[in-house]
Design a protein around this ligand. Sequence first.
Ligand SMILES: O=C(O)CCC(=O)C(=O)O
Length: 247
Amino acid sequence: MGQRSIGRPAKGNVERSVRDDGQAMTPSSQHIADYRQNGFVHLPGVVGATRLAELMSHLEAVVRDVGHTDSTWRGKWREPYADSERFTLKTVDKLARRSAFWKSWLSSREMLEPIEALSGRPMQHVDAMLIMKPPETGQAFPPHQDAAYYAAGEPEYIIATLHLDATTTENGALRFLPGSHKWGLIEHERKGKAHLPAIDIADLVEVPAQPGDLVCSSIYTVHGSLPNRSTAPRAIVRLGYQPHRSA
Ligand SMILES: O=C(O)CCC(=O)C(=O)O
């Protein structure tokens, strides 16, 4: 794995330290209201520079150990995109099982506090996956709900996307359809990867973010992203939290 396999090298990319590492971030009442109304919210600077560098270094070790999985989405939805036969996507799933450092951080107060503030109840970590769009060919994601794939019966499930790289229109920042979390699970086209052909990616609200930012959404919020046409990888880690259950 080269230096840029999961995103940019930590140096230079994570210098924007907006908070002390290890200090939990409490979303404002406006953040919480926005999350409830729109089904997504941008929480800037949740993870400080030092913690982000630690997380990236442990992630690099995981990728060195297990490599990436080729997870490119197939299907006719790709046809409108120029060059779509070259689309690529690299992932590494189950990060909590692969790294003790990630496991402990994912269930730390530092991470749980912002998630629990959004949900208003105790939450537990259940999923963590690195999603890397390689330079120039990193695939688009057509509009879809993650509930079409998993956790459909978990209306309180929160997806928290930790940004390792800055995201832009050019490299495929996340986009969301405000209010769509109130629709429940809607029927998806299931030929190829499940998606929603009636919803145009251009109608989704783009949320460019910086390294260390969390962008949180409901399991039902319709979202997608454009391809990565930049010359650098675009890496995020998709984290999943559901209401806490005693073992
Ligand atoms: O990485 C992206 O741009 C989108 C990821 C996504 O839509 C998903 O994991 O459900």
